[in-house]
Design a protein around this ligand. Structure first.
Ligand code: NAD
Ligand code: MG
Length: 359
């Protein structure tokens, strides 16, 4: 079992990572300051079927445990599901000494975290991630639900008391969800850690390699890099923007294709390829073609679907949070681990998207 310490300005907490880490949850709960009146586990339908009884049995000897299940998928990050969670919390008699456990992927983590951030002005919560992508969402303290006018628009910063990452739970994860989470692992390597990038190329030949110790190492490095960046940004270096690598085009692709028809990770992978292609033009250090062959090994899409229009993608990219004063700021790589943010004029970027769409 590994323990990773996460430090933020306001809080210090641990990520317990490993096979069967779930059994370390009672220990983490006992270590919390103050008493615990009761626990509400929030999970989704799939995770409920697979693992909820296991988690309940680990906790129910020592704690009064309630559970609440939300539907699967992004649509659950809604006002309706948020309201239903709050109603459950009130009905079960949660109070300021209660703890919420977010048991699932990023959707459950974001929703349950936001419920915890706002129930009675904020109570404690613990993240128990069950997807690979959640290595990203469980760290950093951002919690949110979606508004029909924008994703993650209603939210808060609320750090968990602990993260319990049991990698044995990831065995049931469908391949496309594994690939989706792996895109963010690759992103973390590319923006911050050349050694990890070389390790990935050498050790993860295909998605089947994402098991056991190798999977654990990927999660550990991903969490450490994310946590380092988030911590450094508390000093207002602005480097949190580096985490948007691949996301400017990625978000545009998700939005144009429709959420759910492409995974976040597949969209980000293609977005990273575009950013690498631009980086090669700009700095001539990286070779885009090598990344295409590398990404193909995992089954990532490597070209923009033909029916998508460059002009519409550009519009969506401008709508992205990073677009300032009409120009799009792209996160580029001068080299592996060396990020530079570059601003593009609309026409120039449009021409680049068109060119990229045709290769
Ligand atoms: P998800 O939570 O929807 O999980 C993906 C799918 O896998 C779901 O259908 C789920 O039911 C299923 N699943 C979960 N665990 C499983 C398991 N162990 N076995 C089998 N199936 C399982 O999606 P996700 O990719 O984990 O997270 C995406 C969300 O995370 C998005 O809403 C995104 O906005 C958010 N996110 C937040 C942050 C942040 O900083 N807060 C960062 C990145 C992403
Ligand atoms: Mg992302």
């Amino acid at each position: 079992m590994e323990q990773i310490a996460i430090e933020t300005k306001l809080k210090r907490y641990s990520v317990v990572l490993g096979d069967e880490a779930l059994h370390f949850l009672p220990q983490q709960l006992k270590a919390l300051p103050g008493s615990i009146s009761n626990i509400l586990i929030i999970t989704d339908e799939t995770v409920e079927k697979l693992y909820l009884s296991k988690l309940v049995s680990i906790l129910s000897d020592e704690y009064k445990v309630f559970t609440h299940t939300i539907p699967n998928g992004e649509k659950a990050k809604s006002f309706e599901q948020y309201y239903a969670c709050q109603s459950a919390a009130l009905t079960y008699g949660l109070d300021r000494d209660s703890v919420i456990i977010a048991f699932g992927g990023g959707v459950v983590g974001d929703l349950a975290g936001f419920v915890a951030a706002t129930f009675m002005r904020g109570i404690r919560y613990i993240q128990v991630p069950t997807t690979l992508l959640a290595h990203d969402s469980a760290v950093g303290g951002k919690v949110a639900i979606n508004h029909p006018l924008g994703k993650n628009m209603i939210g808060a910063f609320h750090q968990p008391e602990a993260v319990i990452y049991d990698i044995s739970l990831l065995k049931s994860l469908p391949e496309k969800e594994m690939r989706s989470g792996f895109a963010e692992v690759i992103k973390h390597a590319l923006i911050k850690d050349a050694n990890f990038y070389h390790w990935l190329k050498e050790h993860i030949h295909n998605l089947d390699d994402l098991q056991g110790e190798k999977l654990q190492y990927c999660i550990k490095k991903g969490i450490q890099i994310k946590a380092d960046i988030v911590r450094e940004d508390e000093k207002e270096t602005g480097i949190r923007a580096y985490l948007n690598f691949g996301h400017t085009l990625g978000h545009a692709l998700e939005s144009e294709l429709g959420y759910g028809s492409i995974t976040h990770g597949d969209a980000v992978a293609l977005g990273m390829l575009f950013a690498i292609w631009l980086s090669e033009k700009e700095y001539d250090t990286l070779h885009y073609r090598e990344f295409v062959s590398w990404f193909e090994r995992y089954g990532f899409p490597v070209s923009i679907p033909n029916h998508l229009e460059a002009a519409r993608l550009l519009e969506k990219m401008k709508g992205d949070k990073k677009a300032k004063a009409g120009n799009v700021r792209m996160v580029l790589l001068k080299d592996i681990g060396h990020v530079e943010i570059k601003q593009f004029e609309d026409e120039q970027l449009l021409a680049f998207i068109q060119q990229f769409s045709q290769i």
